[in-house]
Design a protein around this ligand. Sequence first.
Ligand code: FNR
Length: 353
Amino acid sequence: PPVETVLGLDEMQEAAEKVMSEKTRSYYNTGALDEYTLDENRKAFNKCRFVPRIMVDVSTIYPQTKIFGQDSPLPIYISPASNALLGHPDGEFTLVRGAAKTGIFQGVSAASSLPFHELLEEKERLDAELGSKMNMGYQVYVQSDREKSEALVKEAVDGGVKALFLTNEKVKGTKDDCAPGIRMGPHTDYLPYHDARLNWDDLPRLKELAQGTPIYLKGVASIEDVRLAKEHGLAGVILSNHGGRQLDHTRTGFDALRQIHAEDPNLAKEIEIYIDGGVRRGSEVLMATAFGARGVGLGRPFLWAQTAYGEQGVIRTIRIMESEIVMAMRLLGLTRLDQVGPQHVECIQQMWK
Ligand code: FNR
């Protein structure tokens, strides 16, 4: 179907599934083990209901905000996800172009299928052509070969990225990578790509390499780690279970946000908090912002969009989210995002249902 007839992100997924190979489907769509967390990411938002305010002048709505220190037309961004080439022959270029043409912030994956410098060049070309400005972040994996990782960070920082996302990945994310078998004693036989030794003491070196570029820790689930990130001088955290691709049964980013807000409602004012995982509706973005999230990342929806329609699919996805966010704000009685708060959402207490 023509891209303009796609009205929601689930439909975008359906359009992608019609054209993608089995290999792409299993890479993009699946989660770890029994996929409880993958499933829960979607369901988490259904534990909450809105409490709209009425009789408010909502003739003009401003969904603009600042995310990762940059002006953004919407409180959403493209979460770094690997291997766009599996879905579309233009690979990550589709994301770069879609982001540049809409002003949306894009996180580029360390496991991008196209070389980072090519994406950077395309971004610079588009910025010059459109008069837009760099809104790109680079996601960092700390490899066992640290020199390689350092060189990549340096390239991104020198290239002018606005943020670094440090993903704490200790295994590769697919089912095939889970080593079977029971072993006794310490397990030191590790997949060699990601450095399992990565810990808080590595942050000073990363900060040095970042030269002032703000660092966001991605994959945080606990309030303790949010506090540690703050103590270590990071700009923010992304509450995320990596799209349900790592530890199955991990709680969702949204549930973590709710719990953190309940325990310390001021924490989100002291360190920037973002979430990702299972967000498919503008209304869900509003729920997250109500509990203090500055912005919300979408991973799979952009992979599906570019698989189905390339750059046009990416732009369409952003337009759909825009109209849903604006509609939700209008119906909630909000004209600006800083007006939304926990008073607009009521949730059941159980973490699961
Ligand atoms: C990811 N994600 C991810 N994250 C990251 O930091 N580096 C990466 O290379 C990847 N790669 C990746 C590949 C694929 C196929 C998926 C689905 C996800 C995780 C991603 O950034 C984000 O956390 C989740 O995708 C968010 O969940 P949704 O929006 O996909 O439900």
